[in-house]
Design a protein around this ligand. Structure first.
Ligand SMILES: [Zn+2]
Length: 298
């Protein structure tokens, strides 16, 4: 199994090792029938069904995996007239795609996803993109995410049927960022305008690029809330074009031109070095005073 927390119902219907190819696209489908992900999994388990997909996402958010991501599923059939022009025609599409079915009881795939199904689908897609370096955007010749309709507009124009594409791409842009809709995060922060959170415990705000960093830093638990803790100062400006903000567990610098430091691989926001003058300051007060002094020297 490639994804945590899935139900493994292996199917015999697959191309071992993708005949040497690797996945570049994710293709979404609707089941046009069936009521649970398990039910679909058992159908794909039958050799005589001659079909399979890597994943099936149920209306209750259950994810069933039927084919390993290293193998090609039997989900897509071939390309038909009017397919998106960038699909390679010299390779079986199943060997370069990862397929996700969504349980839709209506035989015309007209069901909207349930909330649980949408959340499970979005997270699964994010993780697959991360595992295989698949671009987190609408598919084009370099990879990405699309529906079955893109390959087979003749027979599968209604596959997957309604899907919240805009919400998906917004979600992927935000990645694993924490948000105020999570009760634990909302316990500590409230909305204070566009791209700005106010700490409920001390009134200090985090915003812009540092907020974006805070919402994703750490990559698990509650990201910045877990690894940086609460803000201890507002933004301070040691040099023009830079900002630093002290948190309970670290000091964050916004420094797109890398005037203060340039940690390997860093973008415009990074953690300050512990031995920098700012890093050594033991308390928020010392930190602010030091910053003020340093900024006046320039
Ligand atoms: Zn399909």
């Amino acid at each position: 199994m490639d994804e945590d927390g899935v139900v493994w119902i292996p199917s015999p219907n697959y191309f071992p090792n993708r005949d040497g190819h690797s996945p570049k696209w994710i293709v979404l489908h609707g089941t046009a029938g069936f009521h649970t992900a398990q039910e679909v999994g058992y159908y794909f388990q039958r050799e005589d069904s001659q079909v399979s997909s890597h994943y099936v996402v149920g209306q209750d958010g259950t994810i069933v995996q039927c084919v390993s991501e290293k193998d090609g599923a039997w989900a897509n059939g071939g390309l038909t007239a009017g397919h998106d022009p960038w699909w390679p025609t010299d390779v079986n599409p199943n060997n370069v795609t990862i397929s996700i079915e969504h349980v839709k009881p209506s035989t015309d795939n007209s069901d909207e996803l349930t909330d649980a199904q949408r959340d499970a689908s979005f997270r699964l897609i994010l993780h697959i993109c991360q595992r295989h370096g698949i671009p987190m955007r609408k598919a084009d010749g370099d990879g990405g995410i699309t529906g079955h309709f893109s390959l087979d507009p003749v027979n599968r124009s209604r596959c997957p049927g309604p899907y919240p594409w805009d919400d998906l791409f917004r979600f992927l842009e935000e990645g694993d960022m924490i948000s105020l809709s999570h009760p634990e995060v909302a316990n500590y922060f409230e909305d204070a305008g566009p791209d700005r959170w106010r700490c409920k415990k001390n009134g200090l705000t985090i915003y812009g690029a540092i907020l974006k960093f805070y919402r994703s830093f750490g990559g698990n638990g509650f990201n910045g809330l877990t690894y940086l803790g609460l803000p201890r100062t507002g933004e301070l400006y040691p040099r023009q074009g830079t900002a630093v903000q002290r948190f309970e567990r670290g000091i964050v610098a916004y420094d797109p031109r890398h005037q203060l430091d340039w940690p390997p691989g860093s973008g415009s926001v990074y953690l300050l070095h512990l031995s920098s003058p700012y890093g050594k300051a033991q308390s928020a007060n010392v930190f602010s005073a030091l910053l003020q002094r340093l900024s006046h020297q320039e």
